[in-house]
Design a protein around this ligand. Structure first.
Ligand code: ZN
Length: 291
């Protein structure tokens, strides 16, 4: 009898242990902002390893190319979370050819895209309300991928989405106090941010942050800025600012720094902290009388 009870206990322990050790899965994000959203959405979900395709310092994915090692790593992944809106379009054909069965979780569904000459502007995450929608999209797709944790994933996504909505409200109210609204940005990363908070991007000096602007682009920017009394220039962390310095000198406009949030300290609050810092910078740059 005791033997039988022991056998039953052993079996129960074995079954419990195997349930807890569900097959671990790897979820890969294409780049940094998605990693921050995914870390919030997957908080406390066991057996999931989160990885990011683009190494730290890549910035946006404009120049990112898949290496053979990336394809090997992705061949073991349960899914690749992508920004969408064209950000990954230059390497998706290769990915689909090499790994046709890899599920893609597109975060851009339901977001109104800003169309430009070469297609939609992909920097959708720099609007807090878009980030909220991206989180909900991600949560929905990860809950379907990991049904045993769907309740927790959905609750996490809803909680983070609520924080991002609160962030929007906070920054909207703060930035409604701006005296001036005209800005020049270094790369074309801010049209969604500008649309959300009522800023006017007079010019963007380059399309991609690591692309040095041509003398013609610099001259055009100078021409565009000349008609404005105050039109500060915004560089980015880690980029060469020579071109902006030239434009600043020619137009007597000040230079500040905005963060496109493609790098950071990796904490769960990284996005919110960086957005608040950007709003503070704009308050300082566009309300000079308050200083
Ligand atoms: Zn970019």
């Amino acid at each position: 009898m005791i033997k039988r009870i022991l056998a039953a206990l052993c079996l129960t322990v074995f079954l419990l242990a195997s349930a807890a050790l569900a097959e671990p899965v790897t979820v890969v994000c294409s780049f940094y902002p998605l990693q921050i959203f995914a870390e919030n959405v997957l908080q406390g979900v066991p057996d999931v390893t989160l990885e990011t395709l683009a190494p730290a310092g890549t910035g946006c994915l404009h120049d990112f190319q898949l290496l053979p090692g990336d394809l090997r790593a992705l061949s073991n992944a349960a899914c690749l979370i992508v920004n969408g809106a064209g950000m990954e379009d230059h390497f998706l054909p290769l990915l689909k050819k090499e790994l046709p069965d890899l599920p893609l979780a597109d975060c851009s569904a339901g977001i109104e895209l800003i169309e430009e000459d070469e297609g939609p502007n992909p920097h959708i995450w720099l609007s807090a309300l878009n980030a909220r929608q991206m989180t909900l999209n991600m949560g929905e797709q990860l809950a379907a991928l990991l049904p045993e944790y769907s309740e927790q994933i959905t609750a996490n996504a809803d909680a983070y989405a609520a924080r991002l909505e609160a962030l929007h409200d906070e920054l909207y109210s703060q930035l409604s106090g701006l005296e001036h609204r005209d800005i020049v940005t270094f790369h074309e990363a801010y049209p969604y941010f500008a649309a959300e908070f009522g800023l006017n991007v007079v010019a963007s000096v380059t399309v991609e942050p690591d692309e040095a602007p041509s003398p013609r682009m610099i001259a055009e920017a100078v021409e565009l800025i000349r008609g404005y009394e105050l039109c500060p220039l915004f560089s980015e962390p880690g980029v060469t600012t020579d071109a902006l310095e030239v434009i600043a000198r020619e137009t007597s406009q000040p230079v500040y720094e905005l963060d496109p949030i493609t790098d950071g300290d990796g904490t769960l609050e990284t996005y919110e902290t960086a957005m608040r810092k950007n709003a503070e910078t704009l308050m300082k740059a566009l309300n000079p009388a308050a200083e």
